[in-house]
Design a protein around this ligand. Structure first.
Ligand code: ZN
Length: 261
């Protein structure tokens, strides 16, 4: 059974900006879907901000192995309830790949717990991505480095927690560097942030970027059964303890009480 990838596209610039519409006539999400579907082991579909519940219903998340997220101008329009639903899906085992300006998306900040801020410049600079983890599955087939001729600069310091793994470090023509490919585990979910993908440039038409994204979908996929309720915090009564114990000391909670949240 192929890996089920869902591309979430903000789909705002594609509708309002001629440059972006010409670069991505099927939307950025459309370009990403085509790139992923070139791999017979991946079956990708897309949803957008404008869909009911932004396309991220409980049913859609249940049949999504890996969610990809591209957003920029409309982070604030994403409903908090949907963000929480996506976070729970990640904790349950769904993979998440956050792209480019998604560093400021509600879902990425929710899962990182840090500001996720950075420095930036839109000047069409050459970006050279160095592979810092050559044996990592996300870097499969890439060699020591690759280049993107036109990109927006993102520079350090990047306000993220220390990554589980740093797969790519970028150098930009202006001299800045950036941790461009970083992994995390959040609950049972694998999370990958990948920096390239400014909407004014044809980044998502580049074969090397397609390769990274297909590798990342395979890496992020957790084939284990989802955790049914990742927020469950059950009380274990004294008589259910594996070893026999006698209750002692003071007590705050009544028997069978749900506990505080
Ligand atoms: Zn950008």
């Amino acid at each position: 059974m192929p890996i089920r990838a869902t591309v979430w596209g903000e789909n705002v610039h594609e509708q309002k900006n001629r440059l972006v519409a010409e670069l991505y006539p099927k939307g950025m999400h459309g370009a990403l879907v085509d790139a992923l579907n070139a791999d017979p082991e991946i079956r990708a579909t897309s949803v957008t901000l404008q869909d009911p519940e932004h396309g991220l219903t409980a049913a859609k998340l249940a049949e999504t192995d890996v969610l990809l997220w591209w957003g920029h101008v409309a982070h604030g329009e994403v409903s908090d309830a949907v963000v929480e639903r996506v976070a729970e899906a990640v904790w349950s085992g769904m993979g998440l790949i956050v792209l480019h300006s998604g560093h400021f998306s509600k879902i990425f900040k929710r899962l990182m717990g840090t500001p996720c801020n950075l420095t930036w410049r839109e000047a069409g600079e050459r970006e050279r991505l160095w592979v810092t983890a050559p044996n990592h599955p996300i870097a499969a087939g890439l060699g020591s480095h690759f280049e993107i001729e036109y990109e927006e600069m993102y520079g350090e310091p990047f306000g993220i927690p220390e990554p589980l793994e740093t797969v790519f470090v970028s150098w930009f023509q202006g001299g800045e560097v950036f941790r461009s490919g970083v992994t995390y585990r959040r609950g049972a979910g694998n999370v990958f942030y990948f920096r390239p993908g400014h909407e004014a440039y044809p980044t998502y038409h580049l074969p090397v970027v397609h390769q990274v994204l297909r590798n990342a979908v395979r890496w992020a996929h957790n084939p284990a059964k989802r955790i049914a309720d990742p927020n469950a915090a059950p009380n274990v009564p004294v008589d259910k303890a594996l070893e026999k114990i006698v209750e002692r000391g003071g007590k705050l909670h009544a028997p069978g009480e749900e506990g505080f949240r």
